[in-house]
Design a protein around this ligand. Structure first.
Ligand SMILES: Cc1cc2nc3c(=O)[nH]c(=O)nc-3n(C[C@H](O)[C@H](O)[C@H](O)COP(=O)(O)OP(=O)(O)OC[C@H]3O[C@@H](n4cnc5c(N)ncnc54)[C@H](O)[C@@H]3O)c2cc1C
Ligand code: SF4
Length: 569
């Protein structure tokens, strides 16, 4: 992939610091940065999180200050958890966004997702998307997982038991793997981009993908899209949080460009406020980050034209996190890749075998004994009763499964997802416990925390393996599901009455302003979403004209026809 450095110099306007500012460097942001740089634009990427290398990544999750993100408490890691009334959200925060902590599973959703939600009929999605999925897959280096660990074999065994054995599959992962049966840990010159990319080392199956790969095997965004974007001249500003974006010269639609204000995200006192000017902006701060920013900008009347649909159609992929802990397991269940395999227990219910690397036991503190039944006080009472009964009947075993040490070695997380419609709404209001400023809050119908088929499967898995089925404490106590896959809130739609961006990801009401991240996804995918976020960003960027041809007049159109027009790559 030869890089044409900085074509299109004609468009460069010295009045502006950059042509485009991209907010956030996750899947959508990395695609935007690379494709815009490739088209000859001067691009800056503002990223709140830190830049990581194999040397700086934590060894285990006990190294909280390098794993968890709470900069005001001195925790400057790449993983964050945010709690809302309706959902607990796990997400990434780093140069490379969620790719540093993600489990690298990249799956295409079924075609039916294009026929539900507000994007229906807006484009010929089924015929257009395959080429963007292919481009995304090539860049992310997808391959079928060649390393099945003990947890994957147990998943297959349990799937056979419930009659779902035929649905067992090896995940598609973004990992540089040796051929099946060959040892990992060997370093090769760039295997993906014809020599333009960095050298890489084959996977050793340590199960550490979600703690960040310390072996150079995981295809994180800083090793593909961002690496190539930087080679094209893109500047990445780590530890830089965007706090304000407003049109320049008071021109309401942004046609004269934008001013972007940032602060240093990791400093306690000196915030190092900076101001940048640019012609166009791409919001890629993830579903949560983009909503945070857009609500703030609408409220401050910096971008008042943002659709009032902002925050609507927010989704969790209808997810439930279960686990089975096998105390004293003969095999090390942390071996393999983070998500090595999956099954479908029915048409709607998809389950993957997930693991943390040996020694990364802290997540166990969020788990407890699985309890069935309808969510609410009765289930909490039942859970308490089961817990006390277990402590009385098997005190040693129960204490052993509830204490954290050895958890990753003896545990299989079961990530359950359903492609069923379930919607939340995010809004901007003052929390009752801290009424001094507004922040994101959830409202609407609760998403079910209880997926009966998934619970039954966890119990079968536990019975077959001599383990104990577990679930997340917030799910049992507060009926709040946990998810690493939040989507929507700025959905693609026909008009600003139905959504926030058009089907080229252009923000309704503004010129040269785009949203490229999970917030634009308008349906529940039922599979891990990063590949779709990447493919949608590839598609959106394909419509932007090269720098040498732009008239800086790109704006969203309402009620467009289904046919997409003239992609340029
Ligand atoms: C533990 C875990 C495992 C996962 N495993 C998988 C998996 O196997 N497969 C899969 O498909 N998905 C997985 N995901 C989900 C995946 O990480 C997300 O879906 C994906 O990263 C979302 O991409 P995005 O482009 O929307 O934003 P992100 O990748 O989240 O990137 C957004 C970036 O914007 C930055 N940002 C936010 N606000 C600002 C601001 N104001 N200024 C500057 N920067 C800002 C953030 O720091 C972040 O780095 C996993 C997630 C977690 C937490
Ligand atoms: S299993 Fe280990 S070596 Fe392989 S990609 Fe994950 S962290 Fe890297």
């Amino acid at each position: 992939m030869a890089a044409k450095v900085n074509a299109g110099l004609a468009s460069r306007d010295p009045e502006f610091d950059f042509d485009f500012v991209v907010v956030g460097s996750g899947f959508g942001g990395s695609v935007a940065a690379y494709r815009l740089a490739e088209k000859g634009y001067r691009v800056a990427v503002m990223e709140m999180g830190r830049r990581w290398t194999p040397e700086t990544l934590p060894r285990t999750s006990w190294s909280l200050h390098r794993w968890f993100w709470r900069p005001k408490l001195g925790l400057r890691g790449f993983f964050n958890i945010r709690y809302f009334r309706h959902v607990t959200i796990l997400h990434g925060c780093a140069v490379g966004g969620g790719s540093i902590t993600y489990a690298t599973t990249l799956l295409r959703p079924p075609d039916k997702v294009w026929q539900s939600g507000s994007w229906t009929g807006l484009a010929a999605w089924e015929s257009e998307m395959p080429r963007h999925y292919e481009a995304a897959g090539r860049m992310l280096g997808i391959t079928e997982n060649t390393i099945l660990g003990p947890a994957d074999h147990l998943l297959r065994k349990a799937a056979n038991e419930v009659g779902a054995g035929a649905t067992f599959y090896r995940t598609s992962v973004a990992i540089f793997q040796a051929a099946e049966g060959e040892p990992g840990g060997n370093t090769f010159p760039d295997p993906f981009f014809g020599g333009d990319g960095p050298a890489r080392t084959t996977c050793i199956g340590c199960g550490g993908c979600m703690m960040g790969c310390r072996h150079g095997a995981k295809n994180t965004l800083d090793l593909n899209y961002l690496y190539l974007a930087e080679k094209q001249g893109t500047r990445i500003f780590p530890e830089t949080k965007v706090v304000d974006v407003k049109p320049l010269d008071g021109i309401a639609d942004g046609s004269q460009g934008y001013e972007v204000r940032t602060v240093r995200s990791t400093s306690w006192f000196a915030t190092e406020a900076r101001r940048f000017t640019c012609r166009g902006v791409v919001f890629s701060a993830s579903a949560l980050g983009t909503l945070d920013l857009l609500f703030h900008l609408k409220e401050k009347a910096y971008l008042p034209r943002i659709s009032s649909q902002l925050g609507k159609h927010f989704r969790t992929n209808s997810e439930s996190l279960l686990a089975v802990r096998i105390p004293g397991s003969q095999e090390d269940l942390s071996k393999g890749v983070a998500i090595g395999s999956g099954i479908y227990v029915d048409e709607h219910t998809h389950i993957e075998a997930v693991r943390y690397p040996r020694g990364s036991d802290t997540m166990s503190m969020l788990t407890t004994i699985l309890t069935g039944g309808v969510p609410g006080p009765a289930r909490v009472a039942l859970w308490l009763r089961n817990l006390v009964a277990a402590l009385v009947r098997h005190p040693f075993r129960t204490l052993r499964i509830l204490q954290p040490f050895g958890w990753a070695r003896e545990n299989v997380v079961l990530l359950c997802m359903q492609a069923l419609e379930s919607n939340l709404e995010m809004c901007w209001r003052r929390p009752w416990f801290w009424p001094f400023h507004k922040s994101l809050a959830s409202r609407g119908q609760k998403v079910p925390t209880y997926i009966p088929r998934a619970n039954a499967f966890a119990e079968t898995f536990a019975r077959l393996t001599g383990g104990t089925a577990m679930s997340m404490i917030p799910e049992i106590l507060f009926n709040i599901p946990g998810t690493a896959h939040c989507l929507g809130g700025c959905v693609i739609a026909h008009s600003r009455e139905q959504g926030v961006v058009d089907h080229h990801n252009r923000l309704f009401g503004y010129k040269n302003m785009y949203v490229c991240d999970g917030s634009v996804v308008a349906a529940n995918l039922g599979v891990n979403p990063s590949l779709t976020i990447t493919a949608l960003a590839e598609r959106a960027m394909s419509f932007i004209r090269p720098a040498s041809e732009t008239d800086w007049n790109d704006s969203a159109e309402s009620h467009e026809s289904a046919a997409s027009t003239n992609p340029t790559h």
